[in-house]
Design a protein around this ligand. Structure first.
Ligand SMILES: [Fe+2]
Ligand SMILES: [Fe+2]
Length: 196
């Protein structure tokens, strides 16, 4: 099995996912334009689905072996299932629907509560119980995430990311353009020297 060597620990990756989804939530207001609401909800729902699947396939089983019968861990999967049911209802609506805001706020409330349990109970417990396995579990999560993103319409994820975080996307594109320009510069200079 080809596992990437450099990867954050699994608990760091889970915290980063939570931060990303909560940042998307904070972009959503009652007065947000409909097209941005659609992007925010699309991004948040896909990110939550991928995150929940990663936790269920990799993190929860590892923690379950270290801490069988843990109460917070036992209720985590049913909470994911409720979240998936909310996501299905949201996807059946559009941002012009009168109940769209309330349905998304309900999802936000449930996710924030779930994230609080993970960040204050499960992650610190995992860091104590799993210790040296955290890096390898993080590498497995990175590999599986790449597969899941590839299966989840990456172009739509990119479009919704740009709709949700337009300034950050612009900054990332500018940095990418700078990096490309930086990479191209030596070869352009070599060509200029050859012409001279
Ligand atoms: Fe979770
Ligand atoms: Fe989580």
């Amino acid at each position: 099995m080809n596992i990437p060597i450099c990867s954050p620990s699994i608990t760091t990756m889970i915290r980063m996912d939570h931060t990303h989804v909560l940042a998307a939530f904070h972009r959503y207001h009652a007065g947000t334009p409909w097209w941005r609401k659609r992007a925010i909800v699309g991004l948040a729902c896909t990110a939550l689905e991928i995150h929940a699947q990663l936790e269920e396939e990799i993190f929860y089983p590892a923690l379950g072996i270290a801490l069988p019968g843990d109460e917070t861990l036992l209720k985590a999967r049913p909470e994911h299932d409720r979240m998936r049911a909310d996501i299905a209802k949201l996807r059946a609506m559009g941002p012009h629907d009168a109940a769209f805001d309330a349905r998304f706020m309900q999802l936000m409330r449930e996710v924030i509560h779930h994230v609080a349990d993970e960040e204050t109970v499960l992650l610190p417990t995992a860091e104590r119980a799993l210790g040296s396995q955290l890096g390898e579990l993080g590498a497995r999560m990175t590999k599986r995430r790449m597969q899941l993103v590839a299966q989840n319409r990456p172009a739509a994820i990119a479009a919704n990311t740009a709709g949700t975080f337009p300034l950050a996307t612009l900054a990332a594109m500018s940095l990418g353009a700078l990096a490309v320009a930086h990479c191209l510069r030596p070869s352009a200079a070599r060509r200029a020297r050859r012409r001279a």
